[in-house]
Write a new protein. Structure first.
Length: 236
């Protein structure tokens, strides 16, 4: 939906909320798998190996096919990565079920099924750490993991006439868009549309940051920027 007078960025951040929910769902589902595996490991029950193997094999085919739909988008969109992780996790569980079914047919030991489920659950939980970390970072407006704040600051500092950079913020507006704001102390602190256009284009081309807001200042000692003082204090 487009921006409004109340929601000036529109509903871009709704995708981040969705990513948080996806991550919570993945962790919750994995926790249930681990809990059930521990319960069944304490009291193994009989398993219909043949039925389990065929159903799980069908699950592998469906989940792998679905995961492939999100394969290319997973690096650009955190929600696509979450959906991909869900499908891969489900496929992994199905693989474990098939493996457990064959091992039970071979050995007759029913405790193999919950043991394999437990191992897979732990592996999925460990593998979801990066997704969880990136999602929480987005919610906290952290610099996206694929960007280097120092490199961006250096780029801005090398723009024509710029003497210093402060109050630089880079954050995710959504799971696919990045925003930046910064104050630039420049020798000629006047309206310069060409300078701003070239700076924004450079940030878009070099760092894939499409939403840029730059404040130009002269660095007048009589009227110092309070945010510049905060930046200096934070670096000490």
């Amino acid at each position: 939906m487009p921006p409004s007078s109340r929601r000036t960025y529109g509903y871009r951040r709704a995708s981040i909320i969705a990513a948080l929910l996806n991550t919570a769902l993945l962790i919750g589902a994995t926790a249930i798998i681990i809990f059930e595996a521990c319960r069944r490991l304490a009291s193994p029950g009989q398993v219909e190996e043949g039925v389990v193997i065929w159903v799980a094999a069908l699950g592998i085919a469906v989940n792998v096919a679905t995961a492939l739909l999100f394969l290319r988008r997973r690096e650009q969109d955190l929600n696509a990565r979450g959906a991909y992780a869900h499908m891969v996790a489900d496929a992994a569980v199905s693989v474990g079920v098939v493996l457990a079914g064959f091992l039970i047919l071979w050995t007759g030991q029913f405790w193999i099924d919950p043991l394999v489920s437990l191992a897979i659950g732990v592996i999925i939980l460990i593998g979801s750490w990066r997704l969880t970390r990136d999602t929480v970072d987005m919610a906290l407006d952290a610099v996206p993991s694929h960007l280097d704040r120092a490199e961006i600051e250096t780029f801005l500092g090398r723009l024509p006439g710029v003497r210093s950079v402060h109050d630089l913020h880079v954050w995710s507006m959504s799971t696919t868009e990045t925003a930046l704001t910064a104050h630039l102390v420049r020798d000629e602190a006047k309206a310069d549309d060409q300078f701003l256009a070239e700076a924004c284009e450079g940030l878009r081309r070099s760092f894939a940051i499409p939403h840029v807001t730059l404040q130009i200042e002269s660095g007048d000692a009589a009227h110092p920027c309070a945010l510049a003082c905060e930046d200096a204090g934070a670096k000490v």
